[in-house]
Design a protein. Structure first.
Length: 284
């Protein structure tokens, strides 16, 4: 006669293992859920990355003698280079947060002029060896209010300041049309302006810890020595599986058209920069 094992004991052991396995799975899922950041509710978010800039300044600098004219420095100052960039936000209430960003860029280039340039009080002749230094800093601080807030997205309005500092310096020496000129031609322009901006912004949660962040900002200003407008467009996609482990890509386009009547800058600045971004992100 064959021996029969009690089914109740086998079933009990199987049930016990099943419950242990289910508890482990649920515990692991809970840990993962706790570790997964929520950009719609986290207090702080920071990103540090590289901004691939395409810089295209066109500057009209009026000289003291009344000369000048818009000069396109595209071949001299434009180009695709990377600049470090910091972005962040502090959410101090469900619908309220402060956002900021900052980056700085500078470059020097040299080329021989194939056409005459009249800029400011100087005339840079053909065949002159032109040395150009171009540098600028952009710092932004904004208050953001979410007037629409749902479980997986929010839409908000922002107001703040967009400060930019722009410098452009031209020097030339050498032969001009077969004739030497013995003095160094030098003309520079600089402008620093805290521009008020308003805008709208949206943040959406996607599956698998992906997020989309889009923003549009602008201003139109006519005040004392300044008259112009600014536009700023941004689109970021972030993958944030852990609080201190996140990566993202994005695109930013900035354009300003500004007339200025000041001692250190009398003229027009028509400046566009845009390009892709890659960044490391933390949210907690």
């Amino acid at each position: 006669m064959s021996r029969q094992f009690p089914l109740s004991r086998v079933q009990l052991r199987g049930s016990r293992f099943a419950w242990i396995g289910a508890a482990l799975l649920l515990g692991s899922s809970a840990v993962l859920a706790d570790d997964a950041p929520d950009l719609l509710n986290d207090t702080f978010q920071l990103s540090l990355g590289a901004f691939g800039l395409n810089n295209e300044p066109r500057v009209d600098l009026n000289g003291r003698t009344g000369g000048g004219g818009e000069v396109d420095f595209g071949r001299s100052a434009s180009g695709n280079e990377f600049a470090g960039r910091l972005d962040g936000q502090w959410r101090f209430a469900d619908r309220h947060k402060v956002r900021f960003s900052a980056f700085s860029y500078s470059r020097s280039k040299t080329r021989v002029l194939d056409e005459e340039i009249e800029w400011g009080d100087e005339t840079f002749p053909v065949d002159a060896k032109l040395e150009l230094d171009n540098g600028w800093t952009v710092i932004e601080a904004l208050y953001d209010y979410s007037f629409v807030r749902r479980e997986n997205y929010e839409i908000g309005a922002s107001i703040g300041l967009h400060y930019f500092d722009f410098e452009l310096d031209l020097k030339a020496k050498g032969d001009a049309s077969g004739q030497e000129f013995d003095r160094v031609l030098n003309e520079s322009a600089s402008i620093g302006l805290p521009a008020p901006v308003i805008g709208v912004r949206g943040l959406w949660s996607l599956s698998h810890n992906f997020w989309i962040d889009a923003a549009v900002q602008f201003f139109a200003l006519s005040l004392d020595e300044y008259d112009g407008n600014l536009q700023d467009y941004r689109l970021f996609v972030t993958w944030q599986p852990k609080p201190w482990v996140g990566v993202g890509v994005g695109y930013n386009r900035f354009k300003i058209d500004l007339d200025v009547d000041k001692n250190d800058f009398n003229g027009n600045l028509n400046w566009v920069y845009d390009g892709p971004m890659v960044f490391y992100s933390a949210s907690f």
